[in-house]
Design a protein around this ligand. Structure first.
Ligand SMILES: Nc1ncnc2c1ncn2[C@@H]1O[C@H](COP(=O)(O)OP(=O)(O)O)[C@@H](O)[C@H]1O
Ligand SMILES: [Mg+2]
Length: 361
């Protein structure tokens, strides 16, 4: 274990579970896979092994989606995880890679500045000048490294990458070969090579995925949690895990505040109250599950260090406000309407109403 890292990689945090799975896993493994598809699925969704080992769920959501994702990777097709921000696309991609090939770090972070070198290869210019084009002067991209190793390469935020750079992926994914004309050679992917990409629904229009590229991927859409109870379950679990990882002091159950934050987020996100009676305006931000988790985590830090050790409304009000009001003008109007029309009317929310009003000054 590596206790001093702020954010261990999935293959580090999951090392014990992955080893336990490998030990009991007697099902067939696709070429180069460290585990069978069954064991990869169990690692993702959690479960209890015959020897009593408990595998904690990494993804909480429809089983079928993860089955499709894992089955896709066992074929020669790449996987595209699509969804709004905070639906665990990155998390699923890291844990899938770690379970399948033991490394989640062959990563290309997509931005508008991502160049073809990040997908193909670049050069160490000092050596290029000294030696000319040579294997030693070549700087492989994470994708090239994955091709050679028969491993999983990850591409985050694929649609942020400029279209002409995305195009470099098309032949690579269909031919499973990367030509290196400068050396007169090519790299042919070893068995086990595949790509997991993530892309944000909301980025549509930034750089649309070309249909040629989209055809190279099987797409799995990760949904927002279907119900309030489902979202409360995800947030509760992740807040507890993060609190433990950050070694925050433990608080007595924060269940009430978790449910309240989730309720506020879901109501504003969907534009109507949970009872369906009141229509609401939605703020500009996404109010994702991931943001609910961070609101509660900062609330716990406040309560533990500066409060009375119990998570209370005024420990979360500031962070809720920060998450909702991204645009200081339009979102502030949305928030005030919600506060007065909904929060104020709930008798058991008076503490939260007061805390929010105090913030408004
Ligand atoms: N369905 C879910 N199951 C487990 N964790 C989730 C789920 N949805 C959101 N999360 C939490 O949200 C965090 C952020 O997710 P992330 O993978 O960064 O989202 P995305 O890449 O889709 O924006 C995750 O680390 C996890 O804690
Ligand atoms: Mg992400």
């Amino acid at each position: 274990m590596t206790p001093n890292l702020l954010r261990p990689h999935a293959e580090q945090s999951g090392a014990a579970e992955l080893a336990a799975l490998a030990a009991v896993d007697d099902r067939p493994r696709p070429p180069s896979w460290r585990l069978s598809p069954w064991a990869v699925l169990t690692y993702l969704l959690g479960g209890t092994l015959d020897d009593g080992t408990v595998i904690i769920p990494k993804y909480i959501g429809p089983r079928r989606l993860m089955e499709v994702a894992v089955a896709t990777l066992a074929t020669d097709r790449a996987l595209l995880l699509l969804g709004v921000p905070g639906t665990a696309k990155t998390r699923v991609s890291e844990h899938l890679s770690a379970a399948i090939c033991g490394r989640s770090t062959l990563l290309v972070q997509g931005t508008s500045g991502t160049a073809e070198e990040a997908i193909r290869y670049g050069w160490n210019y000092a050596r290029l000048l000294a030696e000319g084009p040579s294997e030693g002067a070549l700087v492989p991209s994470p994708i090239l490294t994955a091709m050679r190793a028969g491993a999983v390469a990850r591409i985050e935020e694929l649609t942020r990458i400029p279209s002409d750079v995305q195009d470099a992926l098309i032949t690579l994914l269909s031919e499973k070969t990367l030509p290196i004309p400068e050396l007169g050679t090519e790299v042919q992917a070893a068995k086990g090579f595949t790509v997991i990409a993530t892309a944000n629904d909301r980025d549509r229009g930034v750089n649309e995925l070309s249909s040629a590229l989209r055809r190279r991927f099987n797409t799995v859409v990760l949904p927002l949690p279907a119900s309030e109870d489902a979202e409360v379950a995800i947030v509760t679990r992740r807040v507890a895990e993060l609190g433990a990882a950050l070694e925050l002091p433990e608080l007595p159950s924060a269940a009430d505040e978790v449910r309240r934050v989730v309720r506020v987020f879901r109501e504003l996100r969907s534009g109507r109250t949970a009872d369906g009676r009141t229509k609401l305006k939605s703020p500009s931000g996404t109010l994702s599950t991931a943001e609910a988790i961070s609101v509660l985590t900062s609330g716990i830090a406040l309560a533990a260090h500066f409060g009375d050790g119990v998570l209370r409304a005024h420990d979360i009000a500031g962070a809720v406000l920060g998450a909702v009001v991204k645009d200081p003008v339009a979102d502030a109007v949305v928030w005030t309407e919600y506060l007065e029309a909904v929060v104020r009317e709930r008798p058991d929310w008076s503490d939260f109403y007061r805390a929010c009003r105090e913030l408004a000054g």
